[in-house]
Structures are given as structure tokens and as C-alpha cells.
Design a protein around this ligand. Structure first.
Ligand code: 5GP
Ligand code: MN
Length: 329
């Protein structure tokens, strides 16, 4: 439920502003990008100027949501001045300044109205208006509720974007965050023109063959704890090079081994270009793991979390695996 006072504040921020900036977390996903696209359509319908700045290129499987190339890669030197001219900022699917990188530093110091809409359990306040609802399946769910309350015209790319947000963040309506609202919203979006098979094909069925080859390698080399409850694997830069893949091609891989009987927790370790280690934590739904992610400077949802650790995979993997095993005990 969106707090009525927050709704009123957002209404007046939109009414009084002309130029709006939207952004989401690093490695933007379907929820972050879907939420941005949906909200941007509403603001443009009202005649507002909208700039969407992200920190990574748009994943190829989400490009269909952005045929006009509205999503821009943020560069501090190129866009800094423009950002300072904004009347208000919407921060979507994230409530952690760190995960907004350079843009976060700039926005934090900017004396304009900031609205944060998110479903991650948050510790700090970010904006003048924070709508943080951890019980929501996705940020897309909250943005949908907001757009309905704002009497937005829900159609076209806007409904496709909202459907994609809910679809991807619930793992196609199968993760533990899947709630009745997620299905009600999906039903309404379908009634408004979304074709589920079309979205599914765009998001999940246009993957590069090389990605599947990399996945094959990974599945052939999974590591299991003795009791089989913990499974982990490492993706090195060498593996990416050998298969002609990018880090973003590993999206969704950490979810795969959950399909194995007896597995409760899966860890994916991804070696970054700079030699850091990005960890994805995935639980089948019995063990809350964001506490474990917190121990390594990360965070996230109870059953899907992440962390970026300074240190090479050779060093980080044994350390985290040891802690994860202890976590079970
Ligand atoms: P993924 O493993 O897909 O990158 O991330 C899963 C979830 O973990 C994200 O939705 C996000 O909530 C959280 N997450 C991922 N990386 C980080 C990180 O570096 N810091 C924090 N606080 N959360 C993260
Ligand atoms: Mn999300």
C-alpha cells in the first residue's frame, strides 16, 4: 500500500517539475528498466522532459522496451551539467547510494526533490519521499500501483514494461516473492494488451548460443557441499573469453542449480574485469541469506542477494563457501 501522504507529495513533485531524471541500480535488470520505462511514459504523457540514466548498457533482451533509445549510459563529464538542471529525481529498485556509482555521488549532493521507489529491505532513507515496500514482489508492482493512483494511461510499451518488471523479478511467477498482487497486476496488464508469449520470447528466448555453451560448462563443473545443500560455481574472465560471452550473459545462472533436489543455497562467483569478485546468493526459500550477503558488504532480498568483494576469486571463494557452510550449521 502506498502511503497517501507520499502519493500526494509525488503528485505535487510531478505537477511542479518540468525536467525529471530517472535511474536504477548498477547492472540494471528487468525490474529496474521496466519501472523506468513505465514511469517515463507517464511523465512524457504529461508533457514533461525525461532523462533516464543508467550505469551499464541495456541488456540486449530488454532493448525491445526501449525502441527510441531513451535509456542513456551515464557519463559524469558529459551529463553532469544536465543532471544539475533537473527539477526532481526518481530512484527506482534501489535504496543504496553505493549502487548508483558516480551518478549517486552527484545526486546525493543535488538540492532537488528525490523520490525513491523500491522493494529491497532498506536501512537508510534516500529521498524526500521514500516508498520502500519489501512485501512487494517487484518495484514494477509499486510503480503499477502508483501509476493507477496517478490516473496514468496504461497502454503500449508502458504495460509491456510493467509486465516485464513483475515477470523477471518473480522468476516468471515462481520465486517466493510471487504474491497475489503480482498475478492480479499481470492479469490487468494482459487485459490492457500485453501478450505474455511475446514478452517471454523477447526476454528469455533470444539468448546467444555462446551463453548456453558457458552455462553447459558451468553445469558440468558444479561444486557441492557434502550434504548437497550448498552448491557453488565460479565464472572466470578466462571462461568468458573462451566462450565469447560477457559478464551480463551470466544473468540468471545463479538460479539454475536451485532446480537440483536437495539444494537449498546456490552461490555464483563472477570474476570481474578489475579482478574483484561478484557474488550472487540464491536460496530456495527456506534459508534467509541476505544476512550472509551483508557479511561481505552486500545485501538484497531474503532469498536473492548479492555482494561485490574486493579480492580475486581464488581467495574469495573458499572464504565465502566456508562461511556459507557455517551459516547452515
Ligand atoms: P544479483 O545476484 O542478481 O546481482 O543480485 C540479486 C539481488 O541482490 C539484487 O536484486 C540486489 O537486491 C542484491 N544485490 C546484488 N548485488 C549487490 C551489492 O553489491 N550490494 C547490495 N547491497 N545488494 C546487492
Ligand atoms: Mn527489483
Amino acid at each position: 500500500m502506498i502511503d497517501p501522504a507520499a502519493l500526494q507529495q509525488i503528485q505535487s513533485i510531478i505537477q511542479n517539475g518540468k525536467r525529471f531524471l530517472l535511474t536504477t541500480h548498477v547492472n540494471a535488470d528487468g525490474d529496474g528498466i521496466g519501472s523506468e520505462i513505465a514511469l517515463s511514459h507517464h511523465l512524457r504523457d504529461l508533457g514533461k522532459e525525461v532523462h533516464i540514466f543508467n550505469h551499464n548498457p541495456t541488456p540486449e533482451n530488454l532493448e525491445f522496451l526501449d525502441p527510441r533509445n531513451d535509456l542513456q549510459l551515464f557519463e559524469a563529464q558529459k551529463h553532469g551539467e544536465l543532471v544539475r538542471e533537473m527539477d526532481a529525481v526518481f530512484i527506482l529498485d534501489i535504496s543504496d547510494w553505493e549502487r548508483l556509482r558516480d551518478l549517486g555521488k552527484l545526486l546525493r549532493a543535488l538540492p532537488v526533490a528525490k523520490v525513491c521507489i523500491d522493494h529491497h529491505p532498506a536501512e537508510d532513507r534516500m529521498g524526500e519521499v521514500d516508498i520502500i515496500l519489501p512485501e512487494a514482489s517487484s518495484t514494477g508492482e509499486i510503480v503499477y500501483d502508483l501509476l493507477i493512483k496517478l490516473d496514468a494511461r496504461l497502454q503500449g510499451k508502458m504495460v509491456e514494461a510493467l509486465y516485464t518488471a513483475v515477470l523477471t523479478d518473480t522468476g516468471s511467477f515462481r520465486f517466493s516473492n510471487t504474491n497475489s498482487r503480482a498475478h492480479e497486476i499481470a492479469a490487468d496488464l494482459i487485459a490492457r494488451g500485453v501478450k505474455p508469449h511475446h514478452i517471454y520470447q523477447e526476454v528469455y528466448e533470444r539468448q546467444p548460443a555462446n551463453k548456453m555453451r558457458l552455462l553447459g560448462q558451468i553445469l558440468n563443473n558444479l561444486n557441492f557441499s557434502k550434504d548437497g545443500r550448498l552448491v557453488w560455481f565460479t565464472v572466470t574472465q578466462a571462461m568468458l573469453r573462451a566462450t565469447g560471452t560477457q559478464p551480463r550473459d551470466t544473468e540468471g545462472f545463479a538460479d539454475f542449480p536451485r532446480g537440483i533436489d536437495g539444494v537449498e543455497l546456490c552461490l555464483m562467483f563472477l570474476e570481474t574485469e578489475k579482478g574483484q569478485t561478484k557474488i550472487s546468493f540464491r536460496s530456495k526459500g527456506r534459508i534467509v541469506i541476505n544476512g550472509l550477503a551483508n557479511r561481505f558488504g552486500g545485501g538484497g532480498h531474503p532469498y536473492a542477494s548479492g555482494a561485490l568483494v574486493d579480492g580475486p576469486v581464488q581467495e574469495v571463494v573458499p572464504r565465502v563457501v566456508a562461511e556459507a557452510k557455517e551459516f547452515f550449521a
